[in-house]
Every structure is written in structure tokens, then in C-alpha cells.
Design a protein around this ligand. Structure first.
Ligand code: EPU
Length: 455
């Protein structure tokens, strides 16, 4: 029996679903898939637009639901946005003011954790920000203590009233020396952005090193920010010394300095894992294999034959049965380790190959909710600890389970993979969660030969 916890938002009949027919273990998909820009870089560049004194242009922006949510939040704050068309968008924050542009909409912010990244630029520019305390989310508690501690060290005052944080720094932010006691992508990006307008030098130690951080930092540097060390564990920022109320000391961009989003390494890794199981011939184009070392090594060791070029990965003649590939163990880690965002798709891969694997989730404590769905399909998975599972493969997915559920963006992709591998017809509920991170997934998979549509 499915439990209520296994069926998020099932009561909301209006959410979209994917209707799919599985391939029953056959590897028939073929063609080319183009990788979009990284949503987790584009979202941060959108937040960074608040640091600028002019309209900014963002290129290679994926048109995912999270990008639309961030647009809506910025528009409510007074930004003018030219929505994503052909993967280009423009954001003009010149009309934003301290009087009208510092209260982040609690409802919109509740739908997307990345909204907390906006607090840094808003506080740095306007000297105040209010936003809702983020609740527990489907992949774990996701606290914001690192952000709040950082703001306090920069001279801000933090209060929590009626579920809303009020952060104020009427004299502007000051530089600081900060050590992240937990490595945090959002924490690193947010404090780095806030520090670009602060007075004096900020040193951030034990930083996250994700490529998306470098992508944003390099753009900010090209527009006048003084940032050294992004992509290493120590980032040093010399702020512009902004006094709140001053017209100047913001960053400058022009059409010649657009933000160009790097390829989405998680989307590319997702298609690679899916292709390894279900495709005969697949070319993954416009990706950045240099950012995908962990997954490429594991799949190579498992026996998946890939040709890796500068910006493509090709699975050619990948027709041998999946049971001829070997299992591997995973421990999710900060970049360049194995990304937590590929944990669920990798587990689906491991259900189909030969051997026993152990998967340790070290980043988020609640990222195994999809396991119940896989077990119902026929997977042999044991949860040995809230953060660890054991998978024994191969197992055919032949059980007649019609209704499957996306629990979050990545677990949703994993369930699509599982349905493709399986024998039967499936309805994948909560497709809107998949839309948060993957643009037009059903169209892209259909073009490879999958039987899939939106309902
Ligand atoms: N953490 C704290 N306190 C904080 C902030 C984080 O304890 O103040 C903890 C988190 O609870 C977690 C760990 O630090 O246990 C790492 O979290 P991190 O801050 O690095 O994650 P994030 O910035 O919230 C981003 C991505 C996630 C991705 C993680 C890890 C965005 C918008 N989100 O989240 O992406 O899983 O880094 O790589 O960039 C996704 O795209 O599906 C997704 C969830």
C-alpha cells in the first residue's frame, strides 16, 4: 500500500502528470539531446542582478519553472524582466527602491529554497530585507543558519517576527572573516554576492567549489566586482564600500558583458544515466564533461562505453544488456565529488546492473523518499539507515504499478527513468516538480523515441 507520505500533493488534482509506456528493458532510444544552461547558476545570476546599476542580460538560461518563480519574485520586488525567449532574458533592477523592494513575497519564496540567495544582494544594496523562515522541505530540513551568521558578522541585525526574518544593516555591510562550518553552495554564493558591495575585505573559508559559483563570480568580476579564489575553498572579496542611500558603488554591466550560463552538469548526468540504461545510440550535446568527472568515472568503471569529447558525450552501440554492467558504491559529496542531485538517477541505474551497491547520502538527510516507488516496481533496495541504502541488481521492473510520484526535481527524473525501464503503462504524478529543473522533458525524451506525454 502506498502511504500518504509517498504521494506528495496527490490531493491537488490540477498538477500535471506524465503518461508513459515503458520499454520493458529494451534499449531503443536514439538521437541527440542538447543540454541547457545550469538552472542553479542562472538562478544565482538572476539574484545578482540586484547588485547592478543597469539592465543585465542573461544568456543560455534554461526555461524551467524555478526560473519563472525567481522572475515572479523579482517582479514583485519591482524589477522589470524580459522573460526567457530563446534562452535569453533581461533584468532591470534600476526601479527597485529601499521603500518598495525589500520584502520577499512569502508565498513565492516558500515554493523555492533558492529564493534565500536573493537576501544577500537585497541587504547589500538596500540595507534591509525581510523573508519567510524556510520550512522543512522534501529533501531535508535545509536550515539557513550559515546565511544569518554571515549577515550578523557583516554588521546586520537579525530578528524573527511572526515567521518573517527582518534583517537590517542601515549603515551598509562590513567585510568579515567567515568560516563555513558546513560546506554550502547557496551560503558561499550569497555571502560572496553580499560582500561585493560591503565596506572592506571579506574572507570566506571552507567554501563550496561548484562550477556554478565560478560561473557567477567570473561574470561579477567582469562587471567590476573584486573577487579572488571562486572555485577554491577560500574566496576573498574586496567590497565597493557602498553606503545605503548612495546612488553609486553598484556593479556595472552592458550588453557586451552578458552572463552566459554554463551547461547544466546535472541535466547532462541525468540524460547520461538514462541513456546508459535505455538508449542504443545517444549523443549528449553542449555539455561540459570536465564538470562531470565523478559520474563519468563511475559509469566507465561499470562498463558503460562512452566517447567523451570537448562538449559532447556519445553512447554508441550501447545495446548490450544492462545486466552486463557492474555495480558501484556512491557516497554523495560536494563538488568535485559525486553530486547529491544525481543520487536518485544513479540508484535507478544500479537496480539494473549486476551486483550489490551501497549508497550513502551525506548532503541531505531526506533524499530517499523515491525508494518506496522503486521497491514497488520490483527493485531490491534495503534502507539500512536514514542516509544509507543497499541496492541489489539486476531486477526487472515488471510489477503492474500504474501510479508513480515525483518527490522532488531529481527523484522525479529518476522515476521517469524507472518507468522507461519498466514493463507497463505509468502515470507520473507531480510532473510540475520535474518541470522545476528540466525544460520540456517529455518533448526531449519523445524525440529520442520514448512514448511519453503530458496530461
Ligand atoms: N546547510 C546548513 N545551513 C545553511 C545552509 C545549508 O546546515 O545555512 C546545509 C544543508 O542543509 C545541507 C548542506 O548544508 O545539508 C549543503 O546544502 P547547500 O547549502 O550546499 O545546498 P543549497 O545551496 O541549498 C544547492 C542546489 C541543490 C543541490 C545542493 C548541493 C541550488 C538552487 N540548489 O542547494 O540543488 O542539491 O546545492 O549540491 O543551487 C536541485 O537542483 O535539485 C537541488 C536540490
Amino acid at each position: 500500500m502506498k502511504t500518504a507520505s509517498n504521494q506528495p500533493n496527490q490531493q491537488n488534482q490540477k498538477t500535471p502528470a506524465f503518461l508513459m509506456k515503458g520499454l520493458a528493458g529494451r534499449k531503443t532510444l536514439k538521437g541527440r539531446v542538447t543540454i541547457n544552461g545550469a538552472k542553479n547558476a542562472a538562478l544565482k545570476a538572476m539574484a545578482a542582478a540586484v547588485l547592478f546599476d543597469k539592465k543585465v542580460r542573461l544568456e543560455n538560461v534554461p526555461h524551467t519553472a524555478d526560473i519563472d518563480t525567481m522572475s515572479a519574485i523579482l517582479e514583485k520586488l519591482g524589477a522589470k524582466i524580459t522573460p526567457v525567449r530563446n534562452h535569453v532574458m533581461e533584468i532591470d533592477t534600476t526601479g527597485m527602491t529601499a521603500a518598495n523592494s525589500t520584502d520577499i513575497d512569502p508565498v513565492l519564496a516558500g515554493g523555492m529554497r533558492a529564493s534565500v540567495v536573493l537576501t544577500g544582494p537585497l541587504l547589500a544594496r538596500f540595507g534591509k530585507v525581510s523573508f519567510p523562515a524556510p520550512g522543512g522541505c522534501v529533501i531535508g530540513a535545509r536550515p539557513i543558519d550559515l546565511f544569518l551568521e554571515g549577515y550578523k558578522k557583516m554588521g546586520a541585525k537579525v530578528t524573527l517576527e511572526n515567521g518573517l526574518y527582518q534583517i537590517t544593516a542601515p549603515n551598509g555591510l562590513s567585510g568579515m572573516d567567515n568560516f563555513f562550518h558546513i560546506i554550502s553552495v547557496g551560503g558561499t554564493e550569497t555571502l560572496m554576492m553580499a560582500a561585493t558591495l560591503a565596506k572592506g575585505k571579506t574572507i570566506l573559508s571552507n567554501c563550496a567549489k561548484e562550477p556554478e559559483i565560478i560561473n557567477v563570480a567570473e561574470w561579477l568580476i567582469s562587471c567590476g566586482a573584486k573577487i579572488k579564489g571562486a572555485g577554491t575553498s577560500t574566496i576573498e572579496i574586496t567590497g565597493s564600500g557602498r553606503n545605503i542611500g548612495d546612488a553609486g558603488k553598484l556593479l556595472h554591466a552592458d550588453q557586451a558583458k552578458p552572463f552566459v550560463t554554463i551547461p547544466d552538469r546535472i541535466e547532462a548526468g541525468s540524460f547520461l544515466l538514462l541513456g546508459a540504461l535505455c538508449a542504443k545510440d545517444l549523443v549528449i550535446e553542449k555539455c561540459e564533461p570536465k564538470h562531470m568527472t565523478a559520474v563519468l568515472h563511475l559509469l566507465g568503471d561499470a562498463g558503460v562505453i562512452m566517447e567523451v569529447a570537448a562538449d559532447t558525450i556519445t553512447l554508441k552501440g550501447n545495446a548490450k544488456p544492462n545486466s552486463q554492467s557492474k555495480s558501484f558504491n556512491i557516497s554523495t559529496k560536494e563538488y568535485p565529488g559525486f553530486p547529491t542531485d544525481l543520487q536518485a538517477p544513479a540508484v535507478v541505474f544500479l537496480t539494473q546492473v549486476t551486483g550489490e551497491s551501497s549508497i550513502l547520502e551525506t548532503i541531505f538527510e531526506g533524499r530517499f523518499k523515491y525508494v518506496e516507488d522503486l521497491v514497488q516496481l520490483g527493485a531490491n533496495i534495503t534502507v539500512t539507515d536514514p542516509r544509507e541504502i543497499k541496492v541489489k541488481g539486476p531486477t526487472a521492473f515488471a510489477k503492474p504499478i500504474g501510479d508513480l510520484y515525483a518527490h522532488d526535481i531529481r527523484a522525479g527524473f529518476a522515476i521517469v527513468m524507472a518507468a522507461l525501464v519498466a514493463n507497463g503503462h505509468f502515470k507520473i504524478h507531480n510532473a510540475h516538480l520535474i518541470d522545476r529543473g528540466y525544460e520540456s522533458l517529455e518533448e526531449r525524451l519523445t524525440s529520442l523515441g520514448a512514448d511519453m506525454r503530458r496530461s
